[in-house]
Design a binder for this molecule. Structure first.
Ligand SMILES: Nc1ncnc2c1ncn2[C@@H]1O[C@H](COP(=O)(O)OP(=O)(O)OP(=O)(O)O)[C@@H](O)[C@H]1O
Ligand SMILES: [Mg+2]
Length: 571
């Protein structure tokens, strides 16, 4: 419960540079008197300005500054809630907004708006709309409950029943659900992109592996071809070796040719010399009759014999020579054959060397290919970088999916809570419960104010009025005096409800000129009786310029203007 203790102001409307202060918690029933424009209603502006930074009357804030002094406009209000003493000081020209708790000024929020929100939500726990419904009953600027729009009626009731929390929670939950749905959207986008990445990576790895496998296959095929080639060269070498062996045998048979030819040539030389000698001997015995050495005559017979003998010898030699030539010819042919075979062997040996070189080359190639295949196989088997990347993507996708599932669970829970927090949820149950009390209180106060109608509010806070004579009546149908009675009945009801809930419960009630206008003597009387009987612990201020009613109050405060400024006297 808020106990308002003091309110004071200076340079505020018609109040001058001296603080004008009201004790709000001293007397049960106070009347504030004064002629028109003396400054009586200003106390309402002081209170609403100090608490809500709003003038009660419909003016702008700068218009609150006293237009003579034009500066240093300050309003202060003191109140306690439980054990805690609060003081709010607010000023214009210069701007001031201080909240004091138990004599100590609190740290200022970075923004005055935030600080005001904090004050209303955490300290006062009621909005301006509710405050003016339960603390102030006025003529000017006061909008009776029945003239509020449905949303404002609901706000007031929620404040009174302390269920505004559900609306705030509903807003928070709604925001949270939106945030979570946005997060799910973002996560789903991330999930899509992650899945794309995974697909691409999978294709990439498959390609890579396929290429590796193709590569291995190609290399294996090449190895097979190389082995086949080596084998065929080796086979060829085998054939060549056989040929060489055969040729070697032939060569061995021909190895003596050179010696033989040498001997034959030497024989030929000898035979040539012998033939020459025989030719000369023949010629000598043919041409000479005398021996040149001994000068003895050579007999013709002898000569003939000698010539015949020589010729025979020559003919024998010729035969030998011809045979020799034949042998030479035959050996020369053998020698040529030897050369040919040697050359063939050399060629074949060269061919084997050439083939061996190729075999070596192919074997080196095979070795190199085996090495490459091993490298590729290792790369496939070992979890390489690409697989690691893939693992990371999969892990990431898993995390995203878990995140989405968790948030969806949260959304589901929050939506359930939202259902409970909706106007039709828990709140409506609470309101239903209180509606009975509210309606019975309204009836009670209307009866006390001597308005005998059946007035009830439904769960949408629309009135249903039945009078003994009319069935479909609305607030607008009432006379001003009746309307005032309804306003008062509702005011008392709200105060009763707030005292039950201890939510918007306060000691203070200020009625501005409600006794002066439409309310007749009976109503006036009933009103004061209700205050006396039902609101013993409240501090009620009645602003009036009606004379002759002071005796009904515990205290009389007179307001008047002295010079240009409002002053106050108490008795
Ligand atoms: N900025 C201002 N500076 C100085 N005086 C102002 C300023 N704004 C309004 N006033 C004066 O302050 C007074 C406010 O009076 P208020 O409304 O409190 O009078 P009241 O006693 O309630 O009168 P009524 O009986 O007619 O309702 C008026 O005299 C008004 O002219
Ligand atoms: Mg007034």
């Amino acid at each position: 419960m808020i106990i308002f203790k003091k309110v004071r102001a200076k340079n505020f409307l018609s109040i001058g540079n001296q603080y004008l202060e009201y004790d709000l918690n001293k007397d049960h029933l106070t009347i504030i008197k004064g002629i028109n424009s003396s400054g009586k209603t200003s106390v309402l502006d002081c209170i609403t300005f100090a608490l809500y930074k709003k003038a009660y009357r419909s003016i702008n804030l700068p218009q609150l500054v006293n237009n003579i002094n034009k500066k240093d406009c300050v309003a202060e209000i003191e109140f306690s809630i439980g054990e805690t003493e609060w003081m709010v000081r607010r000023g214009l020209s210069p701007n001031i907004f201080e909240i004091h708790k138990n004599g100590k000024m609190l740290d200022q929020h970075s923004s005055a708006i935030e600080q005001q929100k904090w004050l209303e939500e955490n300290v006062l726990k009621m909005s301006y709309k509710t405050f003016v419904q339960i603390v102030i009953l006025g003529t000017s600027s006061f909008i009776p409950f029945m003239q509020l729009v449905p949303a404002d009626r609901r706000e007031v009731i929620e404040d009174l029943l302390d269920i505004k929390l559900f609306s705030s929670m509903n807003l928070l939950v709604k925001e949270k659900i939106k945030e979570m749905k946005d997060s799910v959207k973002i996560l789903n986008l991330q999930k899509d992109s992650c899945e794309d990445k995974i697909q691409m990576q999978r294709n990439f790895i498959e390609n890579l592996e396929q290429r590796s496998r193709n590569d291995i296959q190609e290399k294996s095929d090449t190895i097979t071809q190389l082995f086949a080639s080596v084998e065929s060269i080796q086979t060829e070498n085998g054939v060549i070796n056989t040929q060489i062996q055969e040729l070697q045998t032939k060569l061995e048979e021909l190895t003596d040719v050179s010696d033989k030819l040498k001997v034959l040539m030497s024989d030929k030389t000898k035979l040539t010399i012998q033939a020459q000698n025989l030719k000369e001997t023949f010629k000598f015995f043919k041409d000479n009759d005398t021996c040149p050495t001994c000068s003895q005559h050579i007999e013709a017979e002898f000569k003939k014999e000698k010539q015949k003998e020589t010729k025979k010898e020559m003919s024998g030699l010729k035969k030998t020579y011809d045979n020799l030539l034949e042998s030479i010819e035959s050996e020369t042919q053998r020698q040529n054959r030897f050369r040919e075979v040697s050359s063939e062997v050399t060629d074949l040996n060269q061919k084997i060397s050439y083939n061996n070189y190729h075999i070596q080359q192919r074997q080196n190639q095979i070795k190199e290919l085996h090495k490459q295949i091993k490298k590729i196989t290792d790369a496939i088997n070992i979890k390489n970088d690409e697989h690691q990347k893939m693992d990371e993507y999969l892990k990431n996708l898993d995390e995203i999916k878990t995140g989405v599932a968790e948030i969806k669970d949260e959304i589901y829970n929050h939506e359930y809570v939202q259902l409970l927090l909706k106007d039709s949820g828990v709140k409506s149950r609470i309101i239903e419960k209180y509606l009975k009390i509210i309606n019975s209180q309204i009836t009670k106060y209307l009866n006390l104010l001597e308005l005998y109608v059946n007035f009830t509010l439904d769960s949408e806070f629309n009135e249903q009025i039945m009078t003994p004579t009319f069935e479909n009546f609305s607030y607008g149908n009432f006379s001003e005096g009746q309307k005032r009675r309804v306003d008062l009945a509702l005011l008392f009801t709200w105060r009763y409800i707030s005292s039950l809930k201890n939510s918007a419960n306060t000691n203070l009630l200020i009625c501005d000129e409600i006794l002066d206008g439409s309310l007749d003597e009976m109503g006036h009387f009933a009103f004061l009786k209700i205050i006396k009987d039902e609101m013993k612990n409240s501090n009620v201020f009645v602003i009036s310029h009606r004379d002759g009613i002071e005796h009904r109050f515990d205290k009389v405060i007179s307001i008047e203007k002295k010079g240009n400024f409002t002053v106050k006297t108490e008795n």
